[in-house]
Design a protein around this ligand. Structure first.
Ligand code: NAP
Length: 342
Protein backbone atom coordinates (compact mmCIF):
# COMPACT_ATOMS: atom_id res chain seq x y z
CA UNK A 1 0.00 0.00 0.00
CA UNK A 2 1.30 3.46 -0.93
CA UNK A 3 0.83 6.48 1.36
CA UNK A 4 -1.03 9.50 -0.03
CA UNK A 5 -1.17 12.18 2.65
CA UNK A 6 -2.44 15.04 0.46
CA UNK A 7 -5.00 14.28 -2.23
CA UNK A 8 -6.92 16.39 -4.75
CA UNK A 9 -10.54 15.30 -5.32
CA UNK A 10 -12.07 17.18 -8.26
CA UNK A 11 -15.70 18.35 -8.11
CA UNK A 12 -16.25 18.57 -4.34
CA UNK A 13 -19.92 19.50 -4.81
CA UNK A 14 -20.63 16.08 -6.35
CA UNK A 15 -22.23 13.04 -4.76
CA UNK A 16 -19.41 10.52 -5.22
CA UNK A 17 -16.70 13.12 -4.54
CA UNK A 18 -18.26 13.99 -1.14
CA UNK A 19 -17.95 10.39 0.02
CA UNK A 20 -14.38 10.12 -1.35
CA UNK A 21 -13.36 13.31 0.48
CA UNK A 22 -14.97 12.12 3.71
CA UNK A 23 -13.23 8.74 3.61
CA UNK A 24 -9.84 10.37 2.93
CA UNK A 25 -10.37 12.78 5.84
CA UNK A 26 -11.40 9.94 8.15
CA UNK A 27 -8.23 8.08 7.16
CA UNK A 28 -6.11 11.12 8.15
CA UNK A 29 -5.25 12.62 4.75
CA UNK A 30 -5.39 16.31 3.85
CA UNK A 31 -7.75 17.00 0.96
CA UNK A 32 -7.88 19.69 -1.69
CA UNK A 33 -11.10 19.87 -3.67
CA UNK A 34 -12.40 22.03 -6.53
CA UNK A 35 -15.67 23.80 -7.19
CA UNK A 36 -16.72 25.73 -10.29
CA UNK A 37 -17.70 28.75 -8.25
CA UNK A 38 -16.58 29.98 -4.83
CA UNK A 39 -20.28 30.32 -3.93
CA UNK A 40 -20.43 26.50 -3.57
CA UNK A 41 -17.72 26.29 -0.90
CA UNK A 42 -20.08 26.61 2.08
CA UNK A 43 -22.38 23.86 0.68
CA UNK A 44 -19.43 21.55 0.16
CA UNK A 45 -18.12 22.06 3.69
CA UNK A 46 -21.61 21.55 5.12
CA UNK A 47 -22.13 18.29 3.19
CA UNK A 48 -18.72 16.89 4.16
CA UNK A 49 -19.29 17.83 7.82
CA UNK A 50 -22.20 15.33 7.85
CA UNK A 51 -19.70 12.54 7.14
CA UNK A 52 -16.32 13.52 8.59
CA UNK A 53 -14.48 16.02 10.74
CA UNK A 54 -12.24 18.04 8.38
CA UNK A 55 -10.30 19.46 11.29
CA UNK A 56 -8.61 22.12 9.12
CA UNK A 57 -7.53 19.53 6.51
CA UNK A 58 -9.92 20.50 3.67
CA UNK A 59 -8.97 23.19 1.14
CA UNK A 60 -11.42 24.35 -1.52
CA UNK A 61 -10.10 25.75 -4.82
CA UNK A 62 -11.91 27.09 -7.90
CA UNK A 63 -11.45 25.37 -11.30
CA UNK A 64 -13.75 24.56 -14.22
CA UNK A 65 -13.22 21.58 -16.53
CA UNK A 66 -13.88 23.93 -19.46
CA UNK A 67 -10.83 26.08 -18.70
CA UNK A 68 -7.15 25.74 -17.75
CA UNK A 69 -7.18 28.11 -14.77
CA UNK A 70 -6.64 26.67 -11.33
CA UNK A 71 -5.80 23.04 -12.16
CA UNK A 72 -2.04 23.23 -11.65
CA UNK A 73 -2.50 25.13 -8.37
CA UNK A 74 -5.02 22.55 -7.20
CA UNK A 75 -2.60 19.69 -7.97
CA UNK A 76 0.49 21.34 -6.47
CA UNK A 77 1.75 19.51 -3.40
CA UNK A 78 -0.63 16.56 -3.87
CA UNK A 79 0.72 13.03 -4.29
CA UNK A 80 -2.61 11.68 -5.52
CA UNK A 81 -5.61 12.94 -7.49
CA UNK A 82 -9.11 11.49 -7.67
CA UNK A 83 -10.54 13.00 -10.85
CA UNK A 84 -14.24 12.55 -10.18
CA UNK A 85 -15.85 15.68 -11.72
CA UNK A 86 -17.73 15.31 -15.00
CA UNK A 87 -21.18 16.50 -16.00
CA UNK A 88 -24.17 14.18 -15.41
CA UNK A 89 -27.20 15.94 -16.82
CA UNK A 90 -30.77 15.14 -15.80
CA UNK A 91 -31.74 15.68 -19.45
CA UNK A 92 -29.68 14.79 -22.50
CA UNK A 93 -28.34 17.81 -24.43
CA UNK A 94 -28.99 18.19 -28.18
CA UNK A 95 -25.28 18.46 -28.90
CA UNK A 96 -22.86 15.81 -27.52
CA UNK A 97 -20.13 18.45 -27.21
CA UNK A 98 -21.88 20.01 -24.20
CA UNK A 99 -20.83 16.88 -22.28
CA UNK A 100 -17.89 15.55 -24.29
CA UNK A 101 -15.88 18.77 -23.99
CA UNK A 102 -15.87 19.05 -20.19
CA UNK A 103 -15.57 15.25 -19.77
CA UNK A 104 -12.72 14.63 -22.25
CA UNK A 105 -10.92 17.98 -22.37
CA UNK A 106 -11.40 18.45 -18.64
CA UNK A 107 -9.86 15.04 -17.91
CA UNK A 108 -6.86 15.91 -20.10
CA UNK A 109 -6.48 19.25 -18.30
CA UNK A 110 -6.43 17.50 -14.92
CA UNK A 111 -4.00 14.82 -16.14
CA UNK A 112 -1.57 17.35 -17.63
CA UNK A 113 -1.70 19.51 -14.51
CA UNK A 114 -1.13 16.44 -12.34
CA UNK A 115 1.89 15.32 -14.38
CA UNK A 116 3.39 18.83 -14.41
CA UNK A 117 2.88 19.22 -10.66
CA UNK A 118 4.64 15.89 -9.96
CA UNK A 119 1.58 13.95 -8.76
CA UNK A 120 2.29 10.22 -8.44
CA UNK A 121 -1.12 8.74 -9.34
CA UNK A 122 -4.45 9.86 -10.80
CA UNK A 123 -7.55 7.71 -10.24
CA UNK A 124 -10.16 8.81 -12.76
CA UNK A 125 -13.87 8.10 -12.40
CA UNK A 126 -15.02 6.59 -15.66
CA UNK A 127 -18.22 4.54 -15.82
CA UNK A 128 -19.79 1.27 -16.87
CA UNK A 129 -20.98 3.60 -19.66
CA UNK A 130 -17.45 3.19 -21.04
CA UNK A 131 -17.68 -0.61 -20.85
CA UNK A 132 -21.03 -1.97 -22.00
CA UNK A 133 -22.78 0.39 -24.44
CA UNK A 134 -22.85 0.33 -28.21
CA UNK A 135 -23.13 -3.48 -28.34
CA UNK A 136 -26.77 -3.98 -27.32
CA UNK A 137 -27.72 -6.17 -24.36
CA UNK A 138 -26.21 -9.56 -23.50
CA UNK A 139 -26.29 -12.06 -20.66
CA UNK A 140 -22.51 -12.63 -20.39
CA UNK A 141 -21.08 -10.13 -17.89
CA UNK A 142 -18.91 -7.38 -19.33
CA UNK A 143 -15.37 -7.07 -17.94
CA UNK A 144 -12.57 -4.50 -17.96
CA UNK A 145 -11.47 -5.92 -21.33
CA UNK A 146 -14.68 -4.57 -22.93
CA UNK A 147 -15.06 -1.08 -24.34
CA UNK A 148 -18.24 0.73 -25.33
CA UNK A 149 -18.55 1.80 -28.95
CA UNK A 150 -19.40 5.52 -29.31
CA UNK A 151 -20.24 5.09 -33.00
CA UNK A 152 -23.50 3.25 -32.34
CA UNK A 153 -25.70 6.20 -31.38
CA UNK A 154 -28.80 3.99 -31.09
CA UNK A 155 -27.37 2.26 -27.99
CA UNK A 156 -26.18 5.21 -25.88
CA UNK A 157 -26.96 8.82 -24.99
CA UNK A 158 -24.62 11.81 -25.02
CA UNK A 159 -23.74 11.06 -21.38
CA UNK A 160 -22.52 7.50 -22.06
CA UNK A 161 -20.62 8.74 -25.11
CA UNK A 162 -18.95 11.48 -23.03
CA UNK A 163 -17.70 8.86 -20.56
CA UNK A 164 -16.39 6.38 -23.15
CA UNK A 165 -14.66 9.13 -25.15
CA UNK A 166 -13.14 10.70 -22.01
CA UNK A 167 -11.72 7.43 -20.68
CA UNK A 168 -10.24 6.48 -24.08
CA UNK A 169 -8.70 9.95 -24.41
CA UNK A 170 -7.18 9.67 -20.92
CA UNK A 171 -5.50 6.30 -21.67
CA UNK A 172 -4.29 7.50 -25.10
CA UNK A 173 -2.82 10.66 -23.58
CA UNK A 174 -1.25 8.67 -20.74
CA UNK A 175 0.47 6.29 -23.17
CA UNK A 176 1.87 9.21 -25.20
CA UNK A 177 2.64 11.88 -22.64
CA UNK A 178 2.00 10.57 -19.13
CA UNK A 179 5.67 10.22 -18.16
CA UNK A 180 6.02 8.98 -14.57
CA UNK A 181 2.38 9.74 -13.74
CA UNK A 182 0.33 6.60 -12.92
CA UNK A 183 -3.27 6.30 -14.11
CA UNK A 184 -6.07 4.05 -12.84
CA UNK A 185 -9.71 4.21 -13.96
CA UNK A 186 -12.81 3.16 -12.04
CA UNK A 187 -15.98 2.17 -13.93
CA UNK A 188 -18.95 2.34 -11.53
CA UNK A 189 -22.42 1.07 -12.29
CA UNK A 190 -25.38 3.28 -11.39
CA UNK A 191 -24.55 4.82 -8.01
CA UNK A 192 -27.17 4.95 -5.26
CA UNK A 193 -26.96 5.18 -1.47
CA UNK A 194 -27.49 7.72 1.30
CA UNK A 195 -28.01 11.31 0.16
CA UNK A 196 -26.54 14.30 1.97
CA UNK A 197 -29.33 16.70 1.03
CA UNK A 198 -31.06 18.02 -2.09
CA UNK A 199 -27.90 17.94 -4.22
CA UNK A 200 -27.78 14.24 -5.06
CA UNK A 201 -26.71 12.63 -8.32
CA UNK A 202 -29.19 11.94 -11.14
CA UNK A 203 -28.66 8.19 -10.56
CA UNK A 204 -30.40 8.32 -7.15
CA UNK A 205 -33.60 9.03 -9.12
CA UNK A 206 -33.65 5.28 -9.93
CA UNK A 207 -34.87 4.72 -6.36
CA UNK A 208 -36.58 8.08 -5.74
CA UNK A 209 -38.73 7.94 -8.87
CA UNK A 210 -40.08 4.51 -7.90
CA UNK A 211 -41.06 5.74 -4.44
CA UNK A 212 -42.84 8.75 -5.95
CA UNK A 213 -44.30 7.21 -9.11
CA UNK A 214 -47.91 7.36 -10.16
CA UNK A 215 -47.28 4.92 -13.02
CA UNK A 216 -49.27 1.65 -13.01
CA UNK A 217 -46.20 -0.46 -13.87
CA UNK A 218 -42.47 -0.37 -14.42
CA UNK A 219 -40.70 -0.17 -17.77
CA UNK A 220 -38.05 -2.82 -18.34
CA UNK A 221 -35.05 -0.56 -17.73
CA UNK A 222 -32.14 -1.76 -15.63
CA UNK A 223 -28.56 -1.13 -14.50
CA UNK A 224 -25.80 -2.74 -12.45
CA UNK A 225 -26.03 -0.91 -9.09
CA UNK A 226 -23.48 0.14 -6.50
CA UNK A 227 -23.56 2.03 -3.21
CA UNK A 228 -21.80 5.41 -3.09
CA UNK A 229 -19.89 4.42 0.10
CA UNK A 230 -18.51 1.34 -1.65
CA UNK A 231 -17.56 3.24 -4.79
CA UNK A 232 -15.70 5.83 -2.68
CA UNK A 233 -13.90 2.97 -0.95
CA UNK A 234 -12.95 1.48 -4.33
CA UNK A 235 -11.43 4.80 -5.47
CA UNK A 236 -9.27 4.94 -2.36
CA UNK A 237 -8.21 1.30 -2.67
CA UNK A 238 -7.22 2.06 -6.29
CA UNK A 239 -5.25 5.07 -5.08
CA UNK A 240 -3.33 3.15 -2.44
CA UNK A 241 -2.76 -0.27 -4.03
CA UNK A 242 0.70 -0.51 -5.58
CA UNK A 243 -0.49 -3.02 -8.18
CA UNK A 244 -3.40 -0.93 -9.45
CA UNK A 245 -1.34 1.31 -11.76
CA UNK A 246 -2.34 1.27 -15.46
CA UNK A 247 -5.52 -0.72 -14.80
CA UNK A 248 -9.29 -0.28 -15.09
CA UNK A 249 -11.61 -1.60 -12.38
CA UNK A 250 -15.35 -2.12 -12.69
CA UNK A 251 -17.23 -1.24 -9.49
CA UNK A 252 -20.78 -2.59 -9.49
CA UNK A 253 -23.03 -5.26 -8.07
CA UNK A 254 -25.78 -7.26 -9.73
CA UNK A 255 -27.74 -5.93 -12.69
CA UNK A 256 -31.22 -4.96 -11.42
CA UNK A 257 -34.29 -4.27 -13.53
CA UNK A 258 -36.59 -1.61 -12.06
CA UNK A 259 -38.85 -4.48 -10.95
CA UNK A 260 -35.97 -5.87 -8.85
CA UNK A 261 -35.51 -2.42 -7.28
CA UNK A 262 -39.25 -2.34 -6.57
CA UNK A 263 -39.12 -5.82 -4.99
CA UNK A 264 -36.23 -4.75 -2.72
CA UNK A 265 -38.09 -1.60 -1.68
CA UNK A 266 -41.26 -3.50 -0.82
CA UNK A 267 -39.35 -6.14 1.17
CA UNK A 268 -36.87 -3.88 2.95
CA UNK A 269 -38.74 -0.57 3.38
CA UNK A 270 -42.45 -1.50 3.23
CA UNK A 271 -43.35 1.65 5.20
CA UNK A 272 -42.11 3.77 2.25
CA UNK A 273 -42.97 1.52 -0.67
CA UNK A 274 -46.79 1.60 -0.67
CA UNK A 275 -46.94 3.23 -4.12
CA UNK A 276 -44.21 1.17 -5.80
CA UNK A 277 -45.81 -0.74 -8.70
CA UNK A 278 -45.34 -4.49 -8.93
CA UNK A 279 -46.28 -4.98 -12.59
CA UNK A 280 -44.01 -4.69 -15.57
CA UNK A 281 -45.21 -2.25 -18.23
CA UNK A 282 -45.41 -3.99 -21.59
CA UNK A 283 -42.82 -2.68 -24.04
CA UNK A 284 -45.49 -1.53 -26.53
CA UNK A 285 -46.92 0.73 -23.83
CA UNK A 286 -43.50 2.15 -22.99
CA UNK A 287 -42.95 2.87 -26.72
CA UNK A 288 -46.33 4.56 -26.88
CA UNK A 289 -45.61 6.74 -23.84
CA UNK A 290 -42.21 7.65 -25.36
CA UNK A 291 -44.06 9.37 -28.18
CA UNK A 292 -45.48 11.88 -25.70
CA UNK A 293 -42.91 11.88 -22.90
CA UNK A 294 -39.44 13.22 -23.83
CA UNK A 295 -37.84 11.79 -20.66
CA UNK A 296 -38.96 8.25 -21.57
CA UNK A 297 -38.05 8.84 -25.23
CA UNK A 298 -34.50 9.81 -24.23
CA UNK A 299 -34.10 6.47 -22.36
CA UNK A 300 -35.51 4.16 -25.03
CA UNK A 301 -32.04 2.83 -25.93
CA UNK A 302 -32.08 1.14 -22.47
CA UNK A 303 -35.39 -0.67 -22.96
CA UNK A 304 -35.02 -4.45 -22.43
CA UNK A 305 -31.20 -4.18 -22.48
CA UNK A 306 -29.52 -6.52 -20.02
CA UNK A 307 -25.97 -5.24 -19.33
CA UNK A 308 -24.43 -7.19 -16.43
CA UNK A 309 -20.85 -6.38 -15.44
CA UNK A 310 -18.29 -8.31 -13.40
CA UNK A 311 -16.48 -6.68 -10.47
CA UNK A 312 -14.45 -9.83 -9.75
CA UNK A 313 -11.19 -8.06 -10.61
CA UNK A 314 -11.70 -5.32 -7.99
CA UNK A 315 -12.69 -7.92 -5.39
CA UNK A 316 -9.73 -10.16 -6.17
CA UNK A 317 -6.98 -7.59 -6.67
CA UNK A 318 -8.09 -4.75 -4.38
CA UNK A 319 -9.98 -6.71 -1.70
CA UNK A 320 -13.11 -4.71 -2.48
CA UNK A 321 -16.21 -6.01 -0.64
CA UNK A 322 -19.32 -4.03 -1.63
CA UNK A 323 -22.65 -4.39 0.20
CA UNK A 324 -25.63 -6.02 -1.52
CA UNK A 325 -27.90 -4.10 -3.89
CA UNK A 326 -30.82 -4.64 -1.50
CA UNK A 327 -28.92 -3.02 1.39
CA UNK A 328 -27.94 -0.08 -0.84
CA UNK A 329 -31.53 0.37 -2.07
CA UNK A 330 -32.96 0.27 1.46
CA UNK A 331 -30.43 2.83 2.74
CA UNK A 332 -31.16 5.10 -0.25
CA UNK A 333 -34.89 5.01 0.47
CA UNK A 334 -34.45 5.65 4.20
CA UNK A 335 -32.13 8.60 3.66
CA UNK A 336 -34.40 10.16 1.00
CA UNK A 337 -37.22 9.89 3.53
CA UNK A 338 -35.12 11.31 6.38
CA UNK A 339 -34.11 14.29 4.20
CA UNK A 340 -37.77 14.96 3.27
CA UNK A 341 -37.12 14.22 -0.40
CA UNK A 342 -39.98 11.80 -1.08
P1 NAP B 1 -22.74 14.69 -9.50
O1 NAP B 1 -23.18 14.66 -8.09
O2 NAP B 1 -23.62 15.32 -10.51
O3 NAP B 1 -21.29 15.35 -9.55
C1 NAP B 1 -20.73 15.81 -10.72
C2 NAP B 1 -19.63 16.78 -10.33
O4 NAP B 1 -18.97 17.23 -11.52
C3 NAP B 1 -20.16 18.03 -9.62
O5 NAP B 1 -19.25 18.39 -8.61
C4 NAP B 1 -20.15 19.06 -10.72
O6 NAP B 1 -20.03 20.41 -10.27
C5 NAP B 1 -18.89 18.65 -11.45
N1 NAP B 1 -18.84 19.25 -12.77
C6 NAP B 1 -19.71 19.12 -13.80
N2 NAP B 1 -19.32 19.88 -14.83
C7 NAP B 1 -18.19 20.52 -14.44
C8 NAP B 1 -17.31 21.46 -15.04
N3 NAP B 1 -17.52 21.93 -16.27
N4 NAP B 1 -16.24 21.89 -14.34
C9 NAP B 1 -16.00 21.44 -13.08
N5 NAP B 1 -16.80 20.58 -12.45
C10 NAP B 1 -17.88 20.12 -13.12
O7 NAP B 1 -22.47 13.22 -10.03
P2 NAP B 1 -21.73 11.96 -9.39
O8 NAP B 1 -22.67 10.84 -9.44
O9 NAP B 1 -21.09 12.30 -8.12
O10 NAP B 1 -20.65 11.66 -10.52
C11 NAP B 1 -19.28 11.82 -10.30
C12 NAP B 1 -18.51 11.05 -11.34
O11 NAP B 1 -18.90 9.69 -11.33
C13 NAP B 1 -18.71 11.53 -12.78
O12 NAP B 1 -17.49 11.41 -13.45
C14 NAP B 1 -19.69 10.53 -13.33
O13 NAP B 1 -19.66 10.42 -14.73
C15 NAP B 1 -19.21 9.26 -12.65
N6 NAP B 1 -20.21 8.20 -12.56
C16 NAP B 1 -21.37 8.41 -11.91
C17 NAP B 1 -22.30 7.40 -11.86
C18 NAP B 1 -23.61 7.56 -11.18
O14 NAP B 1 -24.45 6.69 -11.32
N7 NAP B 1 -23.83 8.62 -10.42
C19 NAP B 1 -22.03 6.16 -12.46
C20 NAP B 1 -20.82 5.99 -13.11
C21 NAP B 1 -19.90 7.01 -13.15
P3 NAP B 1 -21.35 21.33 -10.03
O15 NAP B 1 -21.87 20.93 -8.70
O16 NAP B 1 -20.82 22.70 -10.10
O17 NAP B 1 -22.31 21.01 -11.15
Amino acid sequence: MAEFDRVLVTGGSGYIASFCIAQLLREGASVVTTVRSRTREADVRQAIAKLADADGRLEVRVADLNGDDGWWDACAGCSGVLHVASPIPSESPKNDDELVRPARDGALRVLKAARDAGVRRVVMTSSSAAVCYGHGGRSKPYTEADWSDPRDRTDSSAYERSKMIAERAAWDWHAREGGALELVTICPGAVIGPVLGRDFSASVEIVRSLLRTSMPGLPRFGWPLVDVRDIADLHIRALRSLNAASQRFIGAGDFYWLQDVGRALRERTPELAGRVPTRRLPSWLVRLSALRNPAVRARMYELNKLRPVSAEKAKRELGWAPRSNDDAIADTARSLSAEGLL
